[in-house]
Design a protein around this ligand. Structure first.
Ligand SMILES: Nc1ncnc2c1ncn2[C@@H]1O[C@H](COP(=O)(O)OP(=O)(O)OP(=O)(O)O)[C@@H](O)[C@H]1O
Ligand SMILES: [Mg+2]
Length: 419
């Protein structure tokens, strides 16, 4: 059994929250968590997730870690880096290989760039896990990008791939979720103000310039009135890299609590849910519920029309705002050129485009919207989407890419106009 101290950044201070006990028995990992009485007494203390109410006593998890801690752990890209790094470390130290646990991933994640407000420490240690050097500056992107290319192209663990893994892990790039290669870097704005950004990289298997089209989608989303993080696309060694300002850090660099929709809905990887469930939970936990519900409906309409079908529960999240949660800015919105693909999160049970469109339009009241207000939102989204060619060309979309995505936007415009 291992014990891990859990801390949180709250009201500008790092406060101890409680202890996580993790157990592996017969290959099965489970955990229990206990809040500290002192945390429960802190002003503005909050339950880390719906399944762990703020009370003394034991919260047991039969399947791995509490979901809020999984939100602080990496997803596919970071897990792959941590796994390769650990195997290499064990080989160098002559230690036998063993199964990698959820706790390994949690503690292998760089503290400095860890998602959200939680921090983790091994009892007796003074520093938070995992200790890495500083977050790299923008100038390091070329080196990080080439290391990530090397890993994406090469499944073998040869010397140069392992060196690339080390470069990325040392730079703390494994801390974020998602499957795409990415890194946290420090960017400096025109006033010299530094802030953490996510740099999303191309993947060797991309069939079009995915980062360019994510940028185009973000631009259209902003025109449609959707809240998006500050972002820009840069060219590094002839690759499009999407820079997104991190919304889980304040302007003064403080950590902001983060919870994915997967955590909020007490869901598991691969389970599907419905936007109406997400709306219900937002209505419960947000202190600006009407605003958040309206925003969610706007995002559903936009996602439908641009065919953003990979809208799974880790692609929606809330941020802690003083005494409540609020919907985070939108992220990971990408047009999918396959018109027949089904969305990951259903709309009143519907995952196909036409029925989903009908369901979204039938359920606007669930999102606190009158018919008139819903029509206003649809009109604004439609007007944004009608600018797709101009925006795509502004970001250098090629002729082939324009033809690839034309059917998506044509379907959007004809559907929206017909209703
Ligand atoms: N601007 C941001 N600020 C803070 N955290 C963010 C931001 N954008 C994304 N994230 C976090 O990073 C994670 C990974 O980002 P994103 O979903 O864009 O990556 P991805 O690799 O494309 O994901 P997927 O595997 O869903 O395709 C998200 O799940 C979210 O937790
Ligand atoms: Mg994602």
């Amino acid at each position: 059994m291992s014990n891990i101290e859990v801390h949180i950044e709250l009201n500008d201070k790092t406060t101890s929250v409680g202890t996580l006990y993790s157990h592996v028995r017969r290959g099965r990992e489970s955990s229990t968590f206990r809040y500290e009485a002192a945390y429960i007494a802190v002003a503005d203390a909050y339950a880390l997730e719906p399944e762990m109410s703020l009370s003394l006593g034991e919260h047991a998890f039969l399947n791995g870690l509490p979901r809020s801690f999984r939100d602080s752990s990496p997803d596919r890209w970071g897990r792959m880096l941590i796994e390769k790094g650990l195997r290499q470390q064990w080989a160098e130290e002559g230690l036998p290989a063993r199964t990698i646990t959820e706790v390994d991933y949690l503690l292998g994640t760089a503290d400095i760039s860890r998602q959200g407000a939680l921090r983790f420490k091994q009892p007796g240690n003074t520093e938070f896990e995992a200790v890495t050097s500083e977050v790299p500056k923008l100038v390091a992107l070329s080196k990080l990008l080439s290391a990530s290319h090397k890993i994406c192209k090469n499944a073998q663990n040869d010397r140069s791939t392992l060196a690339a893994v080390k470069t990325l892990l040392d730079a703390g790039t494994g801390s974020l979720g998602g499957a795409r290669p990415k890194a946290t870097v420090v960017d400096v704005d025109k006033d010299g103000h530094e802030s953490f950004h996510i740099a999303k990289f191309p993947h060797a298997e991309d069939k079009w310039d995915v980062m360019r089209w994510e940028k185009i989608a973000l631009e259209l989303a902003a025109i449609a009135g959707i809240k998006t993080p500050e972002n820009r696309m840069i060219n590094i060694d002839n690759s499009s890299v999407l820079m997104l300002k991190r919304f889980d850090r304040s302007d003064t660099g403080k950590r902001i609590g983060y919870a994915s929709a997967m955590t909020l809905l007490e869901s598991e990887e691969g389970e599907t849910h419905d936007y109406l469930d997400l709306a219900d939970i937002l209505a419960e936990i947000s202190d600006v519920a009407t605003k958040d519900l309206n925003e969610l409906w706007r995002r559903i309409i936009f996602s439908l029309l641009i065919n953003n079908t990979d809208d799974h529960l880790r692609n929606h999240a809330v941020l802690r705002h003083v005494k409540a949660w609020r919907l985070s800015p939108a992220f990971d919105i990408n047009p999918n050129p396959d018109l027949s693909s089904q969305r990951a999160t259903s709309i009143q049970g519907e995952t196909h485009f036409e029925k989903g469109w009908q369901a979204a339009n039938d359920t606007h009241e669930w999102f606190g919207l009158s018919q008139t207000k819903a029509a206003e939102i649809s009109a604004k989204v439609l007007s944004a989407i009608s600018q797709w060619k101009t925006v795509a060309l502004r970001y250098g979309a090629t002729k082939q890419e324009m033809s690839l995505f034309q059917p998506v936007f044509e379907r959007a415009l004809s559907t929206a106009r017909a209703s």
